[in-house]
Design a protein around this ligand. Structure first.
Ligand code: RIB
Length: 310
C-alpha cells in the first residue's frame, strides 16, 4: 500500500538546550549540568520529521529566518526526506528559537521565541494544500489564526484533520475548528482548555466530553505521559497503557506521539492500535536527549514492540 501524504502546518525552531538539576525559583541562580547544545526542534518540525521517519510522505508548511539557523534546519529536513516546497525563508524575522531547560528528572520547561513562524500566512497554507495531501496535522504552536485557516481548508477539502493542542492556549476558539478526526491535548493542555485536570478516568471522561461539546471531534486522545493515553469516541472510552522505559528527556515525546498516531491511523489501523503504536513512539522518544534528534525510525519501533511482545 502506498504511504499516505501528510501535510504538517507548524513551527520550526532551533532549541537551545540547557540541563539543570531543577528549575531555579525566583531570584535563584542555577549552575547548569553537562554541556549546552543547539539542536533542531519546534512542534511542527518534530511532528513532520517523526512522521517521515515512520514511513509517511510528509509535506511541511512553515517559515524559517534568512539566517544560519534557518539554513541548518532546512538541511536537516532534507536529510529526513521532508518535502520542503512549502517552507518559506522569511527575510523579516529570525528563525524560531526555544529555550529548553531540561531537569535531572527528564522533565522540561520551554520558552518559545516564534520569530519567522508567526509570519506563516493564509497564502502559505493555501499553497501547501495544493500538494494533494491525504491528511493534515497541525499544532497550536503555529498560532490561532494559522490553525483555524488550516482547519477550514482541511474541512473544505474533506481531509482528515489531526490536531495536537500544544502548547496550551487559554481561550483558544475551539468552536472555529470545524471537523476534527483526532484531537490530542496533553494533561496541561486538557486542564487549560477544559478546566479539568485529567487525573482519574472519570476526569478524563469529563474533560473529553467538555471538548466534544465545543468541537466536532471523532476521537479525543488525551496524552497522559507515562500513564499512556485516554481515548473517547463520543460513546465509549478506554485507557491504553504506556510503556515503561528509562526516560531521560520528555521533549518532543508528545509531538512524536501525535505524529505516530496519525501515521498508523492512516495505514488503516483502528484508533486503539494507532494509540498503542503512538505510545511506543512517544516512549522511545524519551530515551534520548533532544527534540528532533530523539525521534525513532520505523525499524526502532518495530524492534521495540517485537521485544516487548516476546
Ligand atoms: O514539543 C517540544 C518542542 O516545543 C521543542 O522542540 C521546542 O522547540 C518547542 O517548540
Amino acid at each position: 500500500m502506498a504511504s499516505k501524504r501528510i501535510l504538517t502546518v507548524g513551527t520550526a525552531n532551533l532549541d537551545f538546550l540547557i540541563k539543570t538539576p531543577y528549575v531555579p525559583s525566583r531570584g535563584e541562580t542555577m549552575i547548569s549540568e553537562g554541556e549546552y547544545a543547539y539542536v533542531p526542534g519546534g512542534k511542527g518540525a518534530n511532528s513532520a520529521v517523526a512522521a517521515a521517519r515512520l514511513g509517511s510522505e510528509v509535506v511541511f508548511c512553515t517559515r524559517v529566518g534568512d539566517d544560519a539557523y534557518g539554513d541548518r534546519l532546512l538541511r536537516i529536513y532534507a536529510e529526513n526526506g521532508v518535502d520542503p516546497r512549502y517552507i518559506k525563508v522569511d527575510r523579516a524575522e529570525q528563525t524560531g528559537l526555544a529555550v529548553v531547560m531540561l531537569e535531572r528528572s527528564g522533565d522540561n520547561r520551554i520558552i518559545v521565541f516564534p520569530g519567522a513562524n508567526k509570519n506563516i500566512n493564509d497564502t502559505d497554507i493555501e499553497n501547501a494544500f495544493l500538494s494533494y495531501p491525504d491528511a493534515v496535522l497541525t499544532q497550536f504552536e503555529c498560532g490561532v489564526k494559522q490553525v483555524i485557516t488550516t482547519a477550514r481548508l482541511a474541512e473544505e477539502q474533506a481531509l482528515p484533520l489531526f490536531v495536537d493542542a500544544g502548547p496550551a492556549i487559554p481561550d483558544f476558539p475551539l468552536s472555529k475548528l470545524g471537523k476534527v478526526e483526532v484531537f490530542s491535548p496533553n494533561e496541561t493542555e486538557t486542564a487549560v482548555l477544559t478546566g479539568i485536570r485529567p487525573n482519574t478516568p472519570d476526569d478524563c471522561l469529563r474533560a473529553s466530553i467538555a471538548l466534544c461539546n465545543k468541537v466536532d471531534i471523532k476521537y479525543v486522545v488525551l496524552k497522559l505521559g507515562d500513564r499512556g493515553a485516554f481515548i473517547y469516541d463520543g460513546k465509549y472510552c478506554d485507557i491504553v497503557e504506556g510503556y515503561e522505559v528509562n526516560a531521560i528527556d520528555t521533549t518532543a515525546a508528545g509531538d512524536a506521539f501525535t505524529a505516530a498516531l496519525t501515521v498508523e491511523y492512516l495505514r488503516g489501523k483502528d484508533i486503539y492500535a494507532a494509540v498503542k503504536y503512538a505510545n511506543a513512539v512517544g516512549a522511545l522518544t524519551t530515551t534520548k536527549v533532544g527534540a528532533l534528534n530523539s525521534l525513532p525510525r520505523e525499524a526502532d519501533v518495530k524492534k521495540f514492540l517485537a521485544e516487548i511482545e516476546q
